[in-house]
Design a protein around this ligand. Structure first.
Ligand SMILES: O=C(O)CCC(=O)C(=O)O
Length: 285
């Protein structure tokens, strides 16, 4: 961890917003429309899952087996439930599930309507439900460098543990695409001194329990669990980023999918009341 500590001091941080509350209008204006990554350290501190989703509670609530991937990226996979993973999952494997969207756990949380998603519950297209995942990662597991599904934006709320995020400004994207290995998390961690001296350096962010990070869809990012971590993440498309998501679908050229996203955008705009929604201090909604 000392090497990582020194990296934290030498790479630039993303914006840290420690205001006690947040409205949808302020989020959209400051971060959503401009597409700027940000760490909120106060506004989401009191989400009930922070107390409730302990490893023991989640183990009981998630008895089903899941595909658990070796996050080092060599394609290895195990089939384990959360209890097996936490007790005996090999180092580097990462447990991810969407089962919190149904059954017992679904009553513990509500989607954050600040980041409302036009895709979830849409009447247009063929939705597969929410783009929502619960991540449980033991120390040393990681999410290798990537951009998110369909170039959607994402928020990630840390329930417990500690994560470090490496986030590349989009002006580097062409260089990254040419040589993903040169920018990957593994490489940074193997040689933090070299990473701190690179011409194209990532921004860094250490995420602590109660912190919520926002990552716009055009930013490559990678994440490393410095401690055993539990987080909830959702991806979304709405008025702030629909054009980027539409660009992703258009670039793939599948006419049926393009028609679906066009319909989702149309439906999103016609439903969008842009009402005031507030999180944290004040709860004005
Ligand atoms: O918590 C993590 O491992 C990062 C998740 C992430 O980057 C993603 O879901 O896109």
């Amino acid at each position: 961890m000392t090497q990582l500590d020194s990296l934290v001091g030498r790479l630039n941080n993303i914006t840290i917003d420690s205001s006690p509350g947040l409205t949808k209008e302020r989020f959209n204006e400051m971060y959503g429309y401009p597409g700027l990554p940000v760490l909120f350290t106060q506004a989401f501190r009191e989400l009930p899952i922070r107390e409730k989703w302990t490893p023991g509670y989640l183990m009981n609530a998630l008895p089903e087996k899941e595909a658990v991937e070796d996050s080092a990226g060599n394609g290895r996979m195990l089939y384990q439930n959360l209890e097996d993973y936490l007790r005996e999952g090999p180092a580097g494997y990462y447990y991810k599930t969407s089962r919190h969207c149904e059954g017992a756990l679904s009553g513990d949380w509500v989607p954050l309507d600040l980041f409302d998603c036009w895709y979830a519950g849409t009447k247009a297209g063929t939705p597969r439900g929410r783009l929502s995942w619960l991540y449980v990662g033991k120390t040393g597991s990681q999410s290798e460098l990537h951009r998110d599904i369909w170039w959607t934006s994402a928020w990630n709320y840390l329930v417990s543990g500690l994560k470090v995020w490496f986030i590349y400004p989009p002006v580097y994207n062409d260089f990254i695409k040419e040589d993903m290995d040169a920018f990957c998390v593994k490489k940074i961690l193997e040689n933090p001194d070299a990473a701190a001296e690179m011409t194209y350096r990532p921004l860094i962010c250490v995420q602590r329990p109660g912190d919520l990070i926002f990552i716009p869809g055009h930013y490559y990012h990678g994440v490393y669990n410095i401690a055993d971590s539990i987080s909830l993440t959702e991806n979304f498309v709405n008025e702030t980023n629909y054009d980027l998501v539409r660009t992703w679908f258009r670039s793939r050229g599948n006419r049926k999918n393009i028609n679906s996203i066009e319909a989702i955008v149309k439906e999103g705009f016609s439903n969008n009341a842009f009402t005031t929604k507030t999180y944290g201090h004040g709860h004005e909604n």
